[in-house]
Design a protein around this ligand. Structure first.
Ligand code: UD1
Length: 417
């Protein structure tokens, strides 16, 4: 496992570009299983999770050609409907293949998905949703087998707006004859992007971005070209860089409305945010005051994926910040590591009570999930002295060559293998 060595407190200056959204690209890649044709995807960033998803697609029969920032996927010949454990357990998003395989091959067998350990992460909503459209599901020996025979267009009511279950159900419904209505769905920009992709390939989906999505069945999806949206979690993480390290950073390829809850949180604090189209310039003008009370909730509220990075920022703020995590119960594993660096954080049930310190100090810390690792990088950039972060492979799942980008801004950070 590799590590980062960061010598903190170097102010950051310059431009940094946000990559395409990993969480958009993952369901879109699964959605390619529905397309009888050649799909070209532009602006591709090869995060570890994307590489693992491509291995799954290849194994299922997709011919994959990788270029520097473009993917060409020949999806004409999908034959295999089984995803074994050694593929499925590499990432949570392997479950996104369930809906498309059911639609395309009328059956699917998948080992339980892997992914970051941030809580129980069940898939009951995926399975009950498919079941309410008539799919037969057998859940045995760590494998889910699903059969399409009795599936019919109909209604699905989500008790909770799960992002992945919404995406899976959309993809399972595109070929169902008639009208399928999904109620209480998630509204994340990545879902809107998936629907934009599927509609471009010939699907007929309406209502994306609201809490009711209607899918009118079509008989076939074709190939085509697509460019995914930029990654709002990376954008939010970049926005936090000068807040911990000082300086002024221009973030390119950002959709400010996708991180409006973070921007709102920083209003009237000791930083300047200037938005100009798809660019945002952020600079720190003093020590930030408390961020108040922050709660993670489904979009458009504050994203759970930014909770861990924000807790690093709050560790440097004046006064007390309270962050409540409502989405995943295991998303505080970074906290003992921040405490090692001098942060004053108490965990009270599902909340972090963070009493900001004027200074954190470098220490040897260990990452245990993707966004937790991003939080440690932010803390290391703001801390006095050297921070060694172990297990940075977690970070590579969702940030591409982050150390090279940070070096260009003036950070003293090196990867050690
Ligand atoms: C997606 C994102 C992830 C983000 C999360 C919430 C991708 C690849 N990942 O994950 O980065 O943190 O949305 O914004 O897009 N749940 C159930 N049963 C289910 C499904 C989910 O109880 O069948 C629960 C989960 O345990 C969790 C909550 O619902 O507590 C949210 O999960 P969900 O929205 O499904 O997140 P993911 O799609 O896994």
């Amino acid at each position: 496992m590799g590590s980062f060595l960061i010598n903190g407190q170097k102010p950051l200056f310059g431009s940094i570009k946000v990559d395409s959204a990993k969480n958009s690209l993952l369901p879109i890649l699964a959605g390619c299983l529905l397309c009888d044709g050649i799909v070209k995807i532009y602006d591709v960033t090869y995060f570890e999770d994307i590489l693992n998803m491509l291995e799954i697609l290849k194994m299922l029969g997709v011919k994959v050609k990788k270029y520097e920032h473009m993917l060409i996927l020949d999806c004409t010949n999908i034959q295999n409907s089984i995803i074994p454990i050694e593929y499925a357990n590499k990432l949570r998003a392997s479950i996104f293949c369930l809906g498309p395989l059911l639609s395309r091959l009328k059956k699917a067998k998948l080992a339980y998905p892997g992914g970051c350990s941030i809580g129980a992460r069940p898939i009951d909503l995926h399975l009950s949703g498919l079941n309410s459209l008539g799919a037969k599901i057998i859940d045995k020996h760590g494998y889910i087998s699903a059969f399409y025979d009795n599936m019919k267009a109909g209604e699905v009511h989500f008790p909770f707006p799960s992002v992945g279950a919404t995406e899976n159900l959309i993809m399972a419904s595109v070929f169902l004859k008639g009208k399928t209505t999904l109620y209480g769905v998630a509204k994340e920009p990545e879902i809107v992007d998936l629907c934009r992709f599927l509609n471009k390939m010939g699907a007929n989906i309406k209502g994306e971005g609201s809490d009711v999505i209607v899918i009118y069945g079509v008989s076939k999806l074709k190939g085509g070209e697509f460019r995914p949206i930029s990654d709002r979690i990376i954008a939010g993480t970049y926005l936090m860089l000068p807040l911990v390290a000082g300086g002024e950073v221009e973030i390119e390829n950002i959709v400010p409305s996708h991180i409006s809850s973070l921007i709102f949180l920083l209003k009237n604090n000791s930083c300047k945010l200037h938005i100009n189209g798809d660019k945002l310039i952020v600079s720190k003008i003093g020590r930030l005051s408390s961020l108040g009370k922050v709660e993670t909730l489904p979009y458009p509220h504050f994203a759970t994926d930014l909770q861990q990075p924000l807790s690093a920022v709050a560790s440097f703020c004046k006064g007390t910040t309270i962050i409540t995590e409502n989405m995943f119960e295991g998303r505080f594993k970074h906290v003992p590591q921040l405490i090692k660096m001098g942060a004053k954080i108490n965990i009270c049930d599902s909340s972090l009570v963070i009493q900001g310190k004027e200074e954190l100090y470098g220490a040897e810390v260990e990452a245990s999930d993707l966004r937790g690792c991003a939080s440690l990088v932010l803390a290391g950039l703001g801390a006095n002295g050297y921070t060694k972060i172990k297990n940075i492979e977690f970070l590579d799942r969702g940030y591409f060559k982050l150390e090279e980008k940070l070096q260009k801004l003036g950070a003293d950070i090196v990867r050690q293998t």
